[in-house]
Ligand binder design. Structure first.
Ligand SMILES: Cc1cc2nc3c(=O)[nH]c(=O)nc-3n(C[C@H](O)[C@H](O)[C@H](O)COP(=O)(O)OP(=O)(O)OC[C@H]3O[C@@H](n4cnc5c(N)ncnc54)[C@H](O)[C@@H]3O)c2cc1C
Length: 414
């Protein structure tokens, strides 16, 4: 297992490359575009293990069907895309039950237990990026939403995370004076963080390059060469690359790559949007979760980013103005005045979603040296370091202290 080839230089692929390089492998990372420019680019950057709950949850079937008719809802299913998405949605809805939800939550908490310490390890190891440690503040305009969110966060906190702190209205406004008077209360998760995701991709690329990792950009993987039960090389737009170990970490596109190797992985695009405002008129200390709208506001060094929404409309990079207006109106509802910036840039990214809400990490059936790491859904930024570790444990050592069973690709391919 001397030479590893990682396909995909998003956050997940870069962290897989990092964990493999640290274990002494010679690593090549291949991307069809530029590193960190797909879903890992304009997201909210939350590093919040408290948000580990899988997306399919009890009660979501009814809610998502109602939201289907509403183009500005937090979860939008485009009726016109149903031929492409229906099979996946039916599988997703089947997982919206109490038993799958609590098993999934346990698995995710097991995986994410080391998230914050691995982020500390990155900085100690010399990876340079923008990280903020002031915590995540949930702001609520309805008392009932606070109560139900608190129940969920307390359940998660039992697994070793710091307890959520409830803040009265005046305390929330003292923390964040630019929130509106309509806010009735808040919950502070003091240990959680947020990163500027592109600064992290760039920092990882610099760290990897300094340790001899070969990054080949604009090199789409088009085919695999195999001998018996082993892949021996990938053919890319810019030549052939041999290896002993292959990792498919190509986000939403992993579905296509796995299919080339005879495995069907049910990954669906969960589109999200963001608006980044440079030199904003309003300043914020914390990352904010505007609870009723599920929109996140992330303050960075000279930018504020509004991010959110989940749209099932198939694979496409269209910027839907209704969804972007949804972000603006969320800010309008929660802030004391209109948020403006010197420049405003709109972005959309496709989250790699699985029907059970858990990532797919492990060996791909049929091939002894092909591993996969994808399906990180709405949590790929904070789950990348832990999934990189799990992947390297399995690929190099053949075992891990984390139970890999819930993430095994076999659950979909058997
Ligand atoms: C609006 C929004 C907000 C979000 N907020 C958060 C958040 O706050 N916290 C969090 O943890 N997560 C968040 N996420 C989720 C997170 O962005 C994703 O889970 C994560 O970026 C997925 O990373 P990835 O590496 O799997 O995929 P990607 O970043 O999409 O990378 C995949 C890479 O594979 C390459 N590729 C594809 N096919 C090939 C091929 N054939 N050959 C070579 N290369 C190929 C692509 O070019 C791409 O660079 C958010 C997502 C969105 C959309």
């Amino acid at each position: 297992m001397g030479r590893a080839v990682v396909v995909g230089a998003g956050m997940v692929g870069l962290h897989a490359a990092y964990a493999l390089r640290r274990r002494g492998l010679e690593v090549t990372v291949v991307d069809k575009g530029e590193a960190g420019m797909a879903c890992s680019f304009g997201n909210a950057g939350l590093v919040c293990p408290s948000l580990s709950a899988p997306l399919p949850a009890p009660g979501l079937v009814g809610r998502s069907l109602r939201w289907m008719l509403q183009r500005d809802s937090p979860l939008y299913i485009k009726p016109g895309a149903l031929p492409e998405t229906l099979g996946w949605l039916l599988a997703f809805w089947r997982h919206c039950n109490a038993q799958d939800y609590s098993q999934g939550l346990l698995a995710m908490l097991g995986l994410n237990q080391r998230t914050l310490s691995l982020y500390d390890m990155l900085t100690a190891d010399g990876v340079e990026f923008e990280m903020h440690r002031q915590g995540l503040l949930f702001a609520f305009t309805r008392e009932g939403d606070l109560v139900s969110e608190l129940d969920e966060l307390r359940e998660v906190a039992q697994f070793g995370l710091p307890a959520p702190q409830v803040l009265a209205r005046a305390e929330v406004l003292a923390e964040e004076p630019n929130l509106s008077d309509r806010v009735v209360g808040g919950i502070l998760l003091p240990a959680e963080r947020h990163v500027e995701p592109h600064s992290l991709s760039r920092g990882m690329v610099r760290w990897l390059a300094a340790r001899g990792v070969d990054l080949r950009q604009q090199s789409e993987v088009q085919a695999f060469e195999h001998k018996g039960d082993a892949v021996v090389a990938v053919q890319t737009a810019s030549g052939r690359i041999e290896g002993d170990l292959f990792v498919l970490a190509a986000g939403i596109w992993t579905r296509r790559l796995a299919a080339m190797l005879g495995s069907h992985l049910p990954i669906q695009a969960g589109k999200g949007y963001s608006l980044s405002l440079s030199s904003p008129n309003l300043q914020f200390r914390h990352a904010l979760y505007l609870a009723g709208t599920k929109v996140v506001l992330s303050p960075y060094e000279d930018t504020v980013r509004l991010a959110g929404t989940m749209e099932f409309s198939g694979m496409n990079a269209r910027l839907d103005t209704v969804r972007l207006d949804g972000l603006r109106s969320a800010a309008r509802n929660y802030l004391r005045e209109e948020l403006r910036g010197a420049t405003e840039s709109a972005w959309t990214g496709m989250r790699p979603m699985t029907p059970d809400g858990l990532p797919i990490i492990g060996r791909l059936p049929r091939y002894r040296n092909v591993f996969v790491s994808t399906g990180h859904g709405a949590n790929g930024i904070f789950m990348s370091p832990t999934s990189g570790e799990l992947l390297a444990d399995l690929a190099v050592d053949g075992e891990s202290a984390i139970d890999p069973t819930p993430f095994d690709p076999v659950r979909f391919t058997a």
